[in-house]
Design a protein. Structure first.
Length: 255
């Protein structure tokens, strides 16, 4: 497991940007000192997620999330560093860090469970990103998957778009397309990825298509689709093939 010091890497990036805006004569000494200090520590992360394809500590903090020391220590352990520059198993000629979205998954946000319904509070209808419907108007507002938080704190690596060529296939066929290191994403992770991807990039993944997830509720396989205006929508479909429905993919969480 590679050391992945989020705070220091981001600080280095910010310091270098600040330094580049000044001439050598006018640069503040403390800026140059910060750059030298961070570089001298020789962090061992072999690769860093592309900034627009990662939602981490500082991004959560921008939403008012507070981390304790134990969580910050855990966040510095990034389990995917060695594979980010590896070839993507879904897109020949591209690397994993170019085609995936990295999320620091948290189960509790400031003392409250980070559920699907709680995410609606974080992203109200007045702005973007947003949900298509809210509160009691959601067909799922009283379903367990929307009211309970699941999974453990840590980094998650998800394919940004649906698996290529996974539409027009039944669910079992879609699942069989995934490499051994991957699994179908949970509904919570897929929603989080879509919301935060829009927050970073200004657009939703999979616009005009639906991503099947691993969860089942009320007898239907759950999926997530997005539209530029309507935002994130949670659907409930069967398992049959459909031109509109592909499958999501998440790298299995390291043991």
């Amino acid at each position: 497991m590679s050391r992945f010091d989020v705070d220091q890497l981001l600080a280095l990036r910010e310091a270098e940007r600040a330094f580049e805006k000044r001439t050598g004569r006018g640069a503040k000494k403390e800026v140059q000192a910060l750059i030298n200090k961070i570089r001298s520590e020789k962090l061992s992360a072999p690769a860093m997620p592309l900034e627009n394809l990662c939602w981490g500590v500082s991004d959560w903090a921008s939403l008012g999330v507070h981390f304790d020391k134990r969580q910050l220590k855990q966040a510095r352990e990034f389990p995917y560093g060695e594979i980010l520059s590896a070839p993507c198993p879904f897109y020949p000629g591209r690397t994993i860090q170019e085609t995936h979205f990295v999320v620091l998954y948290i189960k509790v946000i400031n003392g409250q469970s980070l559920t699907v319904m709680k995410l609606q509070d974080l992203f109200p209808a007045a702005g973007q990103p947003r949900f298509s419907v809210y509160g009691a108007d959601c067909w799922y507002h009283n379903h367990d998957f929307a009211l309970k938080a699941a999974g453990q704190f840590g980094w998650r690596l998800l394919l940004a778009e649906i698996v290529p060529n996974s539409t027009e296939k039944e669910y079992e066929q879609q699942e069989a397309m995934l490499p051994a290191e991957y699994e179908v994403a949970s509904i919570r992770l897929e929603i989080i990825k879509d919301l935060f991807s829009h927050k970073k990039n200004g657009y939703y993944p999979n616009e005009g298509r639906s991503a099947r997830c691993s969860d089942i509720s009320a007898g239907g396989r759950l999926s997530v689709d997005c539209s530029a205006v309507g935002g994130v929508n949670v659907g409930r479909w069967g398992v049959d093939a459909d031109w509109y429905i592909g499958v999501s993919a998440s790298r299995k969480f390291p043991a």
